[in-house]
Design a protein around this ligand. Sequence first.
Ligand code: DLL
Length: 441
Amino acid sequence: MSVLAEGVARFHPASSPDYLPGEQLRQLQLQRLQAVVAHAYDHVGLFQSRMDDAGMVPGDVGTLADLARLPFTVKTDLRDEYPLGLLAVPMEQVVRLHASSGTTGKPIVVAYTKDDLKTWSEVMSRTFAACGLHAGDVVQNAYGYGLFTGGLGVHYGVEELGATVVPISGGNTTRQIMLMRDFGTSVICCTPSYFLHLIEKARDMGTDLRELPIRAGVFGAEPWTEAMRERIEVEAGIKAYDIYGLSEIIGPGVGTACEAQDGLHIFEDHFYPEIIDPVTCEVLPDGEEGELVLTTLSKIAMPMIRYRTRDITTIMTEQCACGRTVRRIKRIGRRSDDMFIIRGVNVFPSQIETALLKVEGTLPHYQIILSRVGDLDQIEVQVEVTPEVFGDTIGALERLRKKLGGAIAEIIGIRVNLKLVEPHTIARSEGKAKRVIDKRG
Ligand code: DLL
């Protein structure tokens, strides 16, 4: 069989777990859940003591609903057990470590056995299949290689699918554009904010991405809005797919958009999703918004039971037009960690992004600066504007400021200090964008 035929066969509706009939999927999930809970209980001290405290033994998990009785795992557990206290296998079975830098203190470390790496390649190739990639595609991988899971996770997924990976990593933007042209890159993988930088750099170099063979982007690792997706699709002439994942669970490959581009399918045969009320910790029914909690169903080196992601979303209830049976979550627009409170109002960066993308004359580059004057919190939003507006009259800038100020106030309910700045003023990211600078101490 040719590589193309194999790739297609592997992900054919009849054989991919993405299309398992509901009952079969639930059965598989239950079997795997029982096995992973027993594995974690037998080999990880923290899980064992938490279950003992809850008065539970692995044999108590008789149905998928019993999952809701198990204790949660949180990010600080990984920090407290730094580096490898949550390892469930002897070190001789670990073939890879990754780490997530986090914003403060020690990173969190995650480990993989050979079988875990196979699972990861599988879910990543299913991700790419859902995004319409196939053998023959030239995939430029501009996620960072190294301890970050983005680079290597994408890398092996592309190879597993049978497409060509160009392992360029992040940064060196001029070279990215040269290779995109010379190699006939058909798909780019990076953070959405880095892709915005690429579009801009290409334009500065006199290259219009719409005239290159690139037809799709596989973007994730940070929140981005639907409005940003539309902007990227128009400006680069590509389809922009959203992919989701986190180091604690596996890296990228937890969920992906498909051709219908309406939410992200979770690879439920490996990662079981629940939505909880972040305050009461009650499990919410599908269709309600809350915090995503994930349980790994097949991870061996470092299983995670009911990991609280801090990501806010909703499990969608309708069947997807693409025919996949694995459930979908809505685009993750916000993390509970990203929320800041200004004058008693909860604000998420994505709300600012939605507002500014509605107003003509602005560029999709912005930053939010929080400070304190006396006892009062201040919020300043810096937004780049197009060269045309910037070079226009003071009156034109003033009109734009009013319009944008109004659009932001309409969404978040308070007025912000707006600073309209020249193009290229705000620092560009090569990985995850830093949208908020908090100087409040
Ligand atoms: O960012 C893994 C990844 C790499 C995902 C490449 C997609 C592509 P961490 O560094 O551990 O892992 O960060 C995980 O990033 O909990 C979310 O808050 C956020 N995140 C990841 N993907 C998305 C997305 C990788 N598509 C954290 N939309 C997660 C919104 C995302 N947020």
